[in-house]
Design a protein around this ligand. Structure first.
Ligand SMILES: Cc1ncc(C[n+]2csc(CCOP(=O)(O)OP(=O)(O)O)c2C)c(N)n1
Ligand SMILES: [Mg+2]
Length: 319
């Protein structure tokens, strides 16, 4: 395994994402968040491990289930909560909402609600880097369901032909909106969808942040050194339903429990404890600390004003 940066910030970040999402559920039930939300509890190792392998000037695109990547890429929890609550202090001025946590200053160039929309955007960024001879890489995060969308195949084809500096990251959580992958997709390992395009496709244990990091780093280094695109399939699971309206009753008995037995935070926590880096008690204290920070960030966000009518109107282009 590659030498890793300090593990403790990774552990903290995974806790932050988990507790952020739990707080989002609470705020939604309290009527402070309108619309819908798509949460990522259970998937935290993917954004944290993959984003840790990026350079500061690399970029990413992601999806409506994108709170994890936004926080992993350094978005302040208060700006994220404020966006979800439609406050002017949100990362998009409160007009984007849960599905659009975006921050160009951190190379987070767009969360997309349209399935498959982020792939060509990331490919455009990657080609701009290549044509300008900048040593930068684009990552694009999307779901297993998106691999049945035309833009997935078109983007992989173009990326392969143009040797684009891009990494395609499938967060395979086994479900689309409600449909299990097995009923929509004729193969088990989505990484094999790289084969027709002649690029590497790698199956990755998406529950283990170290393995996510190592594989993403290899793919990013390959892209940065002119080797072209890679498709990574992160095998993981979403603990909640598709969106806040979905109780996820369609899942077979025992499936959720089996995945929780390999919880990504527990896997890293167990490793940190056995290596003597962070005891179980220290982990509990850290959880309390992060939980208090999340509560305070949500309170500050809720106290901010909504955007003014003029601010909202400035994004309407109809003449
Ligand atoms: C082009 C398009 N088709 C359909 C939808 C409706 N839709 C929203 S999320 C989703 C499921 C996508 O599943 P997946 O790619 O596995 O991502 P996940 O939700 O599991 O993160 C669908 C069908 C959409 N937003 N965009
Ligand atoms: Mg999915």
């Amino acid at each position: 395994m590659t030498d890793r940066p300090d593990h403790i910030p990774w552990f903290r970040k995974m806790l932050e994402i988990r507790l952020f999402e739990e707080k989002v559920q609470e705020l939604f039930m309290a009527g402070l968040i309108e619309g819908t939300t798509h949460l990522c509890q259970g998937q935290e190792a993917v954004p944290v491990g993959a984003v840790a392998a990026m350079h500061a000037d690399d970029v990413l695109t992601n999806t409506y289930r994108g709170h994890g990547e936004a926080l992993a890429r350094g978005m302040d929890a208060e700006a994220a909560f404020a966006e979800l609550m439609g406050r002017s202090s949100g990362c998009c001025g409160g007009v984007g909402g849960s599905m659009h946590l975006t921050d160009f200053s951190k190379g987070n160039v767009g969360a997309n609600a349209i399935v498959g929309a982020g792939l060509p955007i990331a490919l455009g960024c990657a080609m701009a880097f290549k044509l300008r001879e900048e040593p930068r890489v684009a990552l694009t995060f999307f779901g297993d369901g998106a691999t049945n969308i035309g833009t997935f195949h078109e983007s992989l084809n173009m990326a392969a032909v143009w040797k684009a500096p891009i990494v395609f990251v499938i967060t395979n959580n086994l479900y689309g909106e409600y449909s299990p992958l097995r009923s929509t997709t004729p193969i088990e390992d989505l990484a094999r969808r790289a084969d027709p395009f002649g690029i590497p496709g790698v199956v990755v244990d998406g529950q283990d942040v170290d393995i996510v990091y190592d594989n993403t780093l290899s793919a990013i280094e390959r892209a940065r050194s002119g080797g072209g695109a890679t498709l990574l399939e992160m095998k993981t699971y979403r603990y909640r339903g598709h969106s806040r309206a979905d109780p996820a009753k369609y899942r077979p008995d025992g499936e959720l429990e089996a995945w929780k037995a390999r919880d990504p935070i527990d896997i890293l926590g167990g490793r940190l404890a056995s290596e003597g880096q962070l005891s179980a008690e220290e982990q509990q204290n850290l959880r309390k600390e992060v939980s208090a920070e999340i509560d305070a960030a949500a309170d500050r966000a809720a106290a901010a004003p909504p955007p003014t009518f003029e601010e909202i109107q400035s994004y309407v282009y109809a003449g």
